[in-house]
Write a new protein. Structure first.
Length: 259
């Protein structure tokens, strides 16, 4: 269908409403067999071993998290680490994060929950283009900021000087984007979250590939300037495509590394 229209937006400027996050939890529970419970506007998805809990509050107000992911040593135990999802985080980011978590829980639960890897875990090494991202090193915060000023990924060591991320000393990573009308989305990770879990969200944020979705999905008017509509080109013989062909990324000129 070469004339179908698709929405195209820079990856970190894509937006998904809270309802899509809740729909994703429903799909996650149905596809994995995890337990879904609801209590008014709150939905909770729990792994069979009760070590991973995702709690979504559709009635959450303000810029605080409406979806919180926690890891526990067992039923009723305090959280060892936490991931907070706020604002209109692209649901594709959430899907990557939950896929990483569910796969790790099945293959190496000690690594996921305790951050104890069977083999030494390398530091994060992500290639980024200097054209699109610049390094940040300010008052104990290090990371990357988009050259358009609309997104950043920041990390803070537990003993770093300066103000804590999100006014919470327990947070070690904060990824976020803004748009002309204000905050767009944010994802935070406390200290103790395994590097590979954080990396799955970093890779989504830093990817040069745009997000492509079918056109016609109802969006908040504030998000309209972030989206363009393009026709889906016909696939060439022997080519399979589910969206616009990927744009070749710019030259890799730098890398972001953090423990």
């Amino acid at each position: 269908m070469p004339h179908d229209l698709y929405e195209v937006s820079p990856r970190y400027l894509a937006a998904s409403p809270l309802s899509e996050h809740r729909d994703h939890l429903d799909t996650l529970a149905a596809s994995t067999g995890w337990t879904l419970t609801t209590d008014g506007p709150t939905a909770t998805v729990t792994s069979p071993c009760e070590r991973i809990v995702l709690r979504h509050d559709r009635a959450a107000e303000g810029w605080g998290p409406h979806l919180v992911i926690t890891a526990h040593t067992g039923p009723g135990a305090p959280a060892r680490w936490r991931a907070d999802i706020a604002g209109n985080t692209p649901v594709e980011f959430l899907a990557t994060l939950t896929s990483t978590i569910t796969t790790a829980l099945a293959t190496d639960p000690d690594h996921l929950v305790y951050d104890i890897a069977a083999t030494p875990e390398p530091i994060i090494g992500l290639a980024v283009s200097d054209e699109h991202w610049g390094f940040v090193d300010d008052q104990g915060l290090v990371g990357l900021q988009a050259t358009d000023g609309l997104a950043a990924v920041l990390s803070r060591a537990p003993d770093a000087p300066g103000p804590p991320l999100q006014d919470d000393p327990g947070i070690g990573w904060h990824l976020f984007a803004i748009h002309p009308a204000g905050s767009l989305w944010g994802v935070s990770f406390t200290h103790g979250v395994p590097v590979f879990v954080v990396a799955s969200a970093l890779e989504q944020t830093l990817s040069p590939e745009p997000l492509i979705r079918p056109a016609g999905i109802a969006r908040h008017p504030a998000f309209a300037p972030l989206i363009t509509a393009r026709p889906l080109p016909a696939a060439r013989p022997g080519q399979t495509t589910t969206g616009l062909p990927p744009q070749p990324p710019g030259p890799v000129q730098g890398s972001a590394k953090a423990r």
